[in-house]
Design a protein around this ligand. Structure first.
Ligand SMILES: [Zn+2]
Length: 342
């Protein structure tokens, strides 16, 4: 049996995502187009982020081929880089994964070309070329993610299964959680399971609070392992997706919404991510991660919530040694007394 599925039988698997947002924040990727040219321009930055996520507890290194597809490259006039960008991203991920003993995942995502059955063949060709390069790189499995057309997700599943690899297929539920054909996420996941997907679930767009109720429905609808990779933002019932969040306190926003470059005030802290991981795991969701907005401290919190101690746990907070707020008996009483005035 494939290693991913074996690991899922034994316990949780953690997969850090969110490379676009984190590399954008670090100044190596442009918001808007969101094309991962960084794998060619600064491969060392991508490798470093892969390493940071594994150090923090990710079991998977996901090749950064998100939006490295024909349609996005056409949009920025660089279709000629398609093959190079994919091979390079896979090569970077492979090196880190083998170095750290992590699973290596290929990746495809929403093509932005799909619009119904008539676009099926065009989308299939796009998935086939990307999955082909992933197969050549020797990936352990392929992730198809952030897809909100069931039809498109079914094509991705077929292509991955035809390549002989396990398929992790995660749909994106937006403000209206239904797929664009009008099918519920739970029914869509059921169809994906029937089409051969090995793991099904949801990623991106919704934060922990607004993804959990949908996950419960997905879990009840399928018998394959379920995946959950929310964005680490405080979405609410009224504003359930990170695109729909409004910030009445923000001034000078270039767009009429905080998405995607002014979401900082909504970021979940690490304890909220711990709580999410525990709740999701108890609900029976065993493939867990964090999408756009994820940083290594979120992944470490998730790993620790699931009983792991990744290398980064060596530096997990220990406030007992804090000069003012600590409890260590050797601390100066005068400073500790001053604590309430901080
Ligand atoms: Zn995302």
């Amino acid at each position: 049996m494939a290693e991913l599925l074996e690991r899922l039988e034994q316990g949780p698997v953690i997969c850090a995502e969110g490379y676009l947002f984190e590399l954008e924040r670090r100044g190596y990727l442009q918001a808007g187009g969101f094309v991962p040219e960084v794998v060619l321009d600064h491969p060392e930055k991508v490798a470093e982020l892969h390493r940071e996520f594994v150090h923090a507890g990710s079991d998977v290194v996901e090749a950064f081929t998100y939006y490295a597809h024909r349609e996005k490259l056409r949009l920025i006039g660089k279709e000629h880089l398609l093959q190079e960008i994919n091979r390079q991203a896979l090569g970077i991920a492979k090196e880190v994964a083998s170095d750290r003993g992590a699973l290596l995942a290929g990746n495809v995502c929403n093509t932005n070309v799909y619009g119904g059955e008539e676009s099926r063949e065009a989308v299939r060709r796009m998935f086939e070329e990307q999955v082909g390069w992933a197969v050549e790189a020797g990936v352990d499995f392929v992730i198809a993610e952030t897809i909100s057309w069931l039809g498109e997700a079914l094509v991705a599943t077929e292509v991955i299964k035809e390549a002989g690899l396990p398929a992790v297929v995660t749909l994106t539920a937006h403000k209206d959680p239904d797929m664009r054909e009008g099918v519920s996420p739970a029914d869509a996941c059921k169809r994906l399971e029937a089409a051969g997907a090995d793991v099904v679930g949801l990623n991106c767009s919704r934060g922990p609070r607004t993804i959990l109720p949908l996950l419960e429905q997905v879990r009840d609808a399928v018998s394959v392992p379920v995946a959950a990779l929310p964005v680490p933002y405080r979405t609410t019932e009224q504003q359930p997706s990170f695109q729909s969040l409004e910030d009445p306190l923000a001034t000078g926003l270039p767009e009429d919404r905080p998405f995607p470059t002014a979401l900082d005030p909504f970021t979940c802290n690490r304890y909220e991510i711990s709580e999410f991981a525990r709740e999701a795991y108890e609900m029976g969701v065993h493939y867990l991660g964090v999408c756009c907005g994820a940083a290594p401290h979120h992944i470490r919190a998730m790993a620790e919530a699931l009983g792991r101690t990744p290398p980064a746990s060596r530096y997990t907070a220990d406030m007992s040694k804090h000069a003012y707020l600590g409890s260590d008996p050797t601390l100066k009483a005068e400073n500790r007394d001053y604590a309430e005035r901080l």
